[in-house]
Design a protein around this ligand. Structure first.
Ligand SMILES: NC(=O)C1=CN([C@@H]2O[C@H](COP(=O)(O)OP(=O)(O)OC[C@H]3O[C@@H](n4cnc5c(N)ncnc54)[C@H](O)[C@@H]3O)[C@@H](O)[C@H]2O)C=CC1
Ligand SMILES: O=C(O)[C@@H]1CCC=N1
Length: 264
């Protein structure tokens, strides 16, 4: 598949890294007005770095728009005449719905909203996918590509905003939890590097337990909490401080913000 990415900042360059790692393309055009983040891919076979968005569209079958919501309209307008009914247009822009994209390039185009996260650079993204009517038969193709870069879930478009918060912003939420655990470990006497490794590996172990056992988190918690032990003491102290409540409120605040972005 001939792929182009327009906008190679944090997310676009992460997608590029994942595609290159998996050799998931026959040709890859990386287009940005500032190509700094991807210049190092210049020597990779079949990869072209450019600032010419039109060329990138013309040379590809699938075009991934990884632009900020405030830039996507202008860029789509500038390449709209080059987008054919054979192209698969993918947008990862948070808060930008399919109707807005159809309004610029036309309802007769294949448009897929994809919401990955930055773990796509290491093939571990949780990626949600929703397509317009025209692109229903292209969803499997999108899934095939993004399954090589992690795990995918096809969802109705009205859940994409929620998926953005849980999966895309979610990376930052989990990082903050790991960071806080590290700070706790340092306070208990570990060197910073050791504390970081302990927190990260334990987080990895917890996620792996859930994925591999299929059990509910509370079942795993029950297996750790010795009666009158230190785990339940810690858990209850965290809950008295509102741990679960803080997380849920943060998720809802993030969701409200993304719905504001959608209106702008
Ligand atoms: N960073 C993340 O973890 C995630 C971001 N998103 C969404 O992905 C989109 C991109 O986010 P980031 O990569 O974080 O932003 P970013 O600001 O790092 O990257 C955007 C890129 O677009 C480029 N750009 C701007 N105008 C352009 C033009 N006319 N032609 C070509 N390139 C142009 C910029 O130079 C920049 O490199 C946003 O809509 C964001 O909501 C979605 C999921 C996760
Ligand atoms: O913070 C943001 O608005 C974007 C969308 C999800 C991740 N980054």
């Amino acid at each position: 598949m001939k792929i182009a990415i327009i906008g190679t900042g944090n997310l676009g360059s992460s997608i590029a890294k994942g595609l290159i790692k998996n050799k998931t393309f026959t040709s890859l055009y990386l287009s940005d007005k500032n190509t700094t983040a991807v210049n190092s891919f210049n020597s990779v076979e079949n990869v072209t770095i450019t600032s010419d968005n039109v060329l990138a569209v013309e040379q590809s079958e699938m075009v991934i728009f990884a632009l900020q919501p405030k830039h996507i309209n202008a860029v789509l307008e500038s390449v709209a005449s080059k987008i054919t009914t054979n192209h698969v247009v993918i947008s990862v822009a948070a808060g930008v719905d399919i109707a807005r994209i159809e309004g610029i390039i036309g309802k007769d185009k294949n448009i897929i909203r994809v919401m990955p996260n930055t773990a796509i650079s290491i093939g571990k993204s949780m990626t949600c996918i929703a397509a317009n009517e025209k692109a229903q038969d292209k969803v499997e193709m999108a899934q095939t590509i993004f399954n090589q870069l992690g795990t995918t879930m096809v969802i109705p478009e009205d859940l994409v905003q929620a998926a953005t918060v849980i999966c895309a912003s979610g990376i930052a939420f989990w990082m903050r939890l790991v960071r806080a655990t590290t700070q706790g470990a340092i306070q208990l006497g570990f060197e910073a590097e050791q504390a970081h490794e302990l927190a990260t590996q334990t987080c990895f172990g917890a996620a792996s337990l859930l994925l591999e056992s299929g059990r509910h988190p509370e079942q795993e918690i029950d297996r750790v909490t010795t009666p009158s032990g230190c785990t339940i003491e810690g858990l209850n102290a965290m809950e008295h401080q509102g741990l679960s409540s803080a997380l849920i409120q943060g998720i809802v605040a993030s969701f409200e913000k993304i719905n504001q972005i959608k209106k702008n």
